[in-house]
Design a protein around this ligand. Structure first.
Ligand code: XIL
Length: 358
């Protein structure tokens, strides 16, 4: 009878078999597509009150629907990678251009995300009219005050935190010799925080730097700087640890924890503000490099989760397609959580596991 039926209805049986085997394959295969992933970084971070963020490339946000989808799905916070820097925001002395930054803020609002705004006072990405101009101390103070207050007023109520001063300490622990130090003097740091607070008393104001994440000369200098600011009543909320690292040269998690805790004891919060993990100098197979990279991401998130002072964990870019590292180092790399085709990497799964288990 079966033989007869099979002969007569060969296509029917074939279709049933195909549906059955497809269903089995789907159930057993590892999850490769994010659309089947019920739990996300964002859902896990939300449930424990952590901000999990990514720096946003303005072009990709504008042009790439897949980029927007992934961003909103996995993160509850955005940092502006370039859009809020001095040069793009203020191309001429009396001209402010908020277009790109506004798009980012609008996207965040539409997707119930926080915005971590970056950055008011830095020595890079400054417009030529500023770096090549000749200004007296009073003029430079007026330029900086105007900048900080116009920008904070524009974004008042739309941005939760600001990097007020970025990279003011040199690697040897001294104050970095910048246009601001030369033109205004060391008090530019304190003034910047006070001007920002005047313009938006509700914004959380951060000092942000690299190379001071663990323990050592630079982190001591950052610690001493913010301790002094606190003691002077300067309205500083916390410290951003950039965390640009690589396989083979990441800070020790124990040191990061100790550093976060000593800043916490000053009454300051800590953000891991720009994490990426280079693999270009690592040895081994691609898979070994990605496994080591995943371990570093997970250890640093673990360090953040182990201290109440650490409120936010941000990666400096969404996918390897848009990372700044290949341009900066002149070598190919893959330092982020998603690959160039936007597929999650071992580092992504390591962060998920850390959020689930810590
Ligand atoms: C980088 C951006 O990612 C690049 O696109 C840009 O060309 C240069 O700046 N520390 C910081 C960030 O505080 O502003 C830098 O961002 C990376 C290092």
């Amino acid at each position: 009878m079966t033989v007869y039926l099979m002969k007569k209805n060969r296509w029917f049986f074939f279709s049933i078999l195909l549906i059955f085997t497809t269903a089995i394959t789907l159930c057993l295969s590892p999850t490769t597509s994010l659309s089947r992933e019920a739990v996300t970084l964002r859902s896990l971070a939300d449930s424990r009150g952590l901000q999990i963020g990514a720096a946003v490339a303005a072009n990709a946000l504008r042009d790439d629907a897949q980029y927007r989808q992934l961003l909103a799905r996995e993160f509850n916070s955005l940092s502006s990678e370039n859009a809020m820097k001095f040069e793009p925001l203020r191309p001429q002395r009396n001209v402010y251009n908020f277009q790109e930054a506004d798009s980012l803020v609008n996207f965040a609002k539409a997707n119930q995300m926080q915005v971590h705004a970056h950055v008011l006072v830095w020595h890079y990405q400054l417009p030529k009219w500023l770096t090549e101009g000749k200004f007296s101390r009073d003029e430079l103070k007026a330029i900086l005050k105007d900048h900080i207050q116009k920008v904070l007023t524009h974004f008042r109520g739309k941005v939760s935190a600001w990097d007020v001063v970025n990279e003011a300490i040199a690697d040897d622990g001294s104050l970095r010799n910048t246009i601001w130090l030369q033109g205004i003097g060391p008090e530019y740091i304190e003034l910047a925080f006070r001007w920002a607070h005047e313009a938006d008393p509700n914004a959380h104001l951060y000092y942000n730097d690299y190379g001071g994440e663990g323990l050592g000369t630079k982190s001591d200098a950052i610690y001493n700087l913010v301790k002094k600011l606190k003691a002077q009543g300067v309205p500083i909320e916390g410290v951003g640890m950039q965390m640009h690292t690589g396989v083979g040269w990441a800070p020790q998690p124990r040191d990061v924890i100790d550093n976060i805790n000593r800043l916490g004891k000053l009454g300051l919060n800590v953000h891991i503000s720009e994490m990426d993990v280079q693999i270009q100098k690592a040895s081994g197979t691609e898979s070994e490099k990605l496994t080591s990279q995943a371990r570093i991401y997970s250890q640093i998130l673990g360090a953040c989760l182990s201290s109440r002072a650490c409120k936010s964990f941000t990666v400096w870019g969404l996918t390897d397609k848009h990372s700044w590292i290949p341009g900066f180092t002149g070598k190919p790399d893959a330092p982020l959580l998603f690959d160039t085709s936007y597929r999650p990497k071992p580092a992504y799964y390591a962060l998920l596991e850390m959020l689930k288990s810590h």
